[in-house]
Design a binder for this molecule. Structure first.
Ligand SMILES: Nc1ncnc2c1ncn2[C@@H]1O[C@H](COP(=O)(O)OP(=O)(O)OP(=O)(O)O)[C@@H](O)[C@H]1O
Ligand SMILES: [Mg+2]
Length: 389
């Protein structure tokens, strides 16, 4: 098993800083997910760990050892690329055993006429067949061993690519968006298969994705990146319940968190469209965003409660209903609250099937305990609502 330490890791391409002083610790056996939008530096960080590209500044430790200058082989990593390019002319068994065969290759085995026989001889060695069969069975490929990639489904090919990377028993598994070209059903299936595999092998995994569902369901630890900078490091629960800033809050959760610009005067909150009493502590920041997740909002029959809104979207999803509402203009607008239409749109997620239609007015209630406050100007979370900042 291998722990990882990023100590102020910086990566530059020319003048462009792609990763900026990233520091993080990853324990032995952890499932780390690197999550962030396209271009934020996820693959670059993975390639730095693998040794496929150099660190510009800072220290990368594998275990207790400084690994900045280690070659790819010394790092003992298995890398699963997004494009899993299998060898089309080889059977599944040959694709899987390929890394084991290459490990045992002698220089003269590369001579074309010798090559075929050398590969065949090595792939029949008992230790190679045993390991190949072992990993194939772990990934449910035993019945497909004599097929060629062209006759496999997308999910089966993905599993062969995983098996090929995992067959060498590496100390560190690096996976770069390995499920991105699978359909929704296969993704769900493969997600749990990879999680199972992690439990079984108990090695350190670093998994890149921009899919927050993958991150939330698979990770033991998530690093959220934006433009090469760490936004937050934490467990999935931590990141969901206590997002460090509005970027993280919006990135994780679907539909995204509601962020309503308000100003506070004691317990009174004013948005650009409404004034209401907030039954809990309010921070004394100049500019505030009231953050609340769609599933924490409730519909209320009374017009006496918090917010009134016009229903604009009704999505009945069977087990739950998603409402997209727009806050109604009920009070003289507070001029000092700047918001756009998007910020007056509120998503509500409810576990039943309300008799609401587009165009109806609904009343929305919340508990102050479910509110996360953000500084409207800087975007960071405000922890202590009763404490002035
Ligand atoms: N070899 C390179 N030379 C110059 N710039 C590069 C190089 N490799 C990557 N970049 C740039 O670094 C930034 C981060 O790229 P990277 O591939 O790490 O993003 P990513 O987070 O993996 O994105 P995606 O989700 O789209 O795969 C991008 O702006 C990219 O253009
Ligand atoms: Mg990438």
């Amino acid at each position: 098993m291998t722990s990882l330490t990023f100590d102020r890791i910086t990566k530059k391409f020319g003048d462009a800083t792609i990763i900026d002083e990233l520091s993080a610790e990853v324990d032995d056996g952890e499932f780390l997910v690197l999550l962030g939008p396209s271009g934020c530096g996820k693959s670059t960080l993975l390639r730095l760990i693998a040794g496929l590209t150099d660190v510009s500044d800072g220290r990368l430790l594998l275990g207790d050892e400084l690994a900045n200058d280690w070659g790819v082989h010394r790092r003992g990593v298995a890398f699963v690329f997004q494009t899993y390019a299998l060898y089309p002319h080889m059977r599944v068994s040959e694709n899987i055993s390929f890394p084991l065969v290459m490990e045992r290759f002698k220089p003269w085995h590369h001579i074309p006429i010798v090559n075929f026989f050398a590969r065949r001889a090595i792939s029949r060695k008992p230790e190679v067949t045993k390991r190949t069969e072992e990993i194939a069975s772990q990934l449910g490929l035993t019945d497909l061993m004599s097929r060629r990639p062209a006759s496999l489904s997308g999910g089966q090919r993905q599993r062969v690519a995983l098996a090929r990377a995992l067959v060498r028993d590496p100390s560190l598994y690096l996976l770069d968006e390995p499920l991105s070209n699978l359909d929704a059903k296969l993704r769900t299936q493969m997600r749990s298969e990879i999680t199972e595999l992690h439990k079984k092998v108990q090695k350190t995994f670093v998994y890149v994705t921009h899919d927050q569902v993958e991150a939330m369901t698979m990770a033991t630890k998530i690093i959220i990146l934006d433009k090469g900078e760490v936004q937050q490091i934490g467990s999935p629960d931590d990141i969901y319940a206590r997002p460090a800033n509005t970027f993280v809050a919006r990135f994780v959760g679907s539909p995204p968190i509601n962020l309503l610009p308000v100003i506070a005067s004691k317990q009174q909150l004013s948005s650009a469209r409404q004034i209401w009493t907030h039954p809990g502590p309010v921070p004394t920041a100049e500019s505030l965003l009231l953050g609340i997740r769609p599933e924490k909002l409730r519909l209320s029959a009374s017009s006496q409660c918090k917010l009134s809104a016009r229903v604009e979207i009704v999505e009945r999803l069977g087990a739950e209903t998603l409402l997209g509402c727009s806050l109604e203009q009920t009070e003289a607008p507070a001029d000092s609250v700047i918001s756009d239409d998007r910020q007056n749109r509120i998503f509500v997620r409810i576990p039943d099937n309300p008799k609401l239609q587009v165009g109806d007015t609904c009343y929305i209630d919340y508990s102050p305990d479910d509110v996360t406050w953000f500084d409207g100007a800087r975007g960071n979370r405000i922890d202590d609502a009763s404490r002035p900042i």
